[in-house]
Design a protein around this ligand. Structure first.
Ligand code: GDP
Ligand code: MG
Length: 249
């Protein structure tokens, strides 16, 4: 990778002891010179935090932050963004549904100064995708369609975990949603910013509910509520820190 020095990878973790070590090792295998990996343990009840704590003692780039109790993925990400110092920030889920080997191609348009934000899409042409629930596909299409209708930006996959940002954009965003609301909120808010947004194809190794998938119908319904809340009822001014918006003018 051209310049891995300035990358922060944010890894939210809730009960992922089966995969977390593999995820962190795979990130490092692809980007040994990475600036930092910030793991937020979101009150896991299994050995996730213990595993990460051990790795962070041996590997200086790995930082562990612990929530005393479970707060949800959006709160875990907020904690991670606040602690991040990289010029580029990307989210990596702690299961292995997304392959860290895709990160260099997701952040490439930012490194080349063509983009400010890049989403890794599971619906663009891709090499490998595990085919799973049709109803998830339909829910994703519906949520993406409605989100696009309001943002007027033609995303193919707003629910993807792989979202990469110029650090100052995500660190200055006001994030108020809960649970899995982040994906819709962040999409609405970057659309208001009128920055350069790209999509890049990624592989997807989805897991079944038996294998630990947790997102459900309730999260889908909340997504629809958040589409309205953050597109229609939230202003650009309320979406970012004031100083940041003034600097961009
Ligand atoms: N489900 C869930 N995941 C969380 C929470 N906090 C952090 N996470 C992490 O958020 C990421 C996405 O969660 P996951 O269950 O894989 O979502 P899904 O793949 O969309 O069903 C994983 O890395 C989780 O470990 C939480 O409270 N609940
Ligand atoms: Mg997952």
């Amino acid at each position: 990778m051209a310049n891995p020095m300035n990358l922060s990878v944010i890894v939210p973790v809730y009960n992922e002891m089966q995969t977390i070590q593999n995820v962190l090792e795979t990130i490092l295998a692809h980007m040994p010179d990475i600036h930092e990996i910030i793991v937020i343990d979101d009150g896991s009840k299994d050995r996730s935090a213990e595993i990460v704590s051990g790795l962070s003692q041996a590997i200086p780039q790995i930082h562990l932050i612990r929530h005393p109790h479970n707060k949800g993925k959006t709160e875990a990400l907020k904690t991670g963004f606040t602690a991040s110092t990289g010029d580029i920030v990307i989210v990596q889920d702690a299961d292995l549904e997304y392959d860290p080997g895709d990160i260099p191609s997701v952040i490439a348009p930012i490194l080349e100064n063509k983009a400010d934000v890049v989403y890794g899409s599971r619906f663009l042409v891709r090499r490998a995708t595990r085919i799973l629930y049709f109803r998830h596909y339909l829910a994703n299409r519906l949520i993406t369609f409605l989100s696009n209708l309001f943002t007027d930006i033609n995303f193919s996959d707003v629910e993807t975990c792989y979202k990469a940002f110029r650090g100052e954009i995500i660190r200055n965003m006001v994030i108020t949603s809960h649970g899995f609301g982040f994906e819709i909120e962040v999409t609405a808010k970057i659309a208001k910013l009128k920055c350069r947004i790209f999509e890049v194809p990624i592989s997807y190794y989805g897991r079944t509910y038996e294998e630990g998938k947790k997102i459900g119908l309730k999260d889908g319904l909340f997504a629809l509520y958040y589409v309205l809340k953050f597109n229609v009822f939230t202003s650009k001014k309320a979406s970012f820190a004031g100083k940041f918006l003034v600097q961009r003018l």
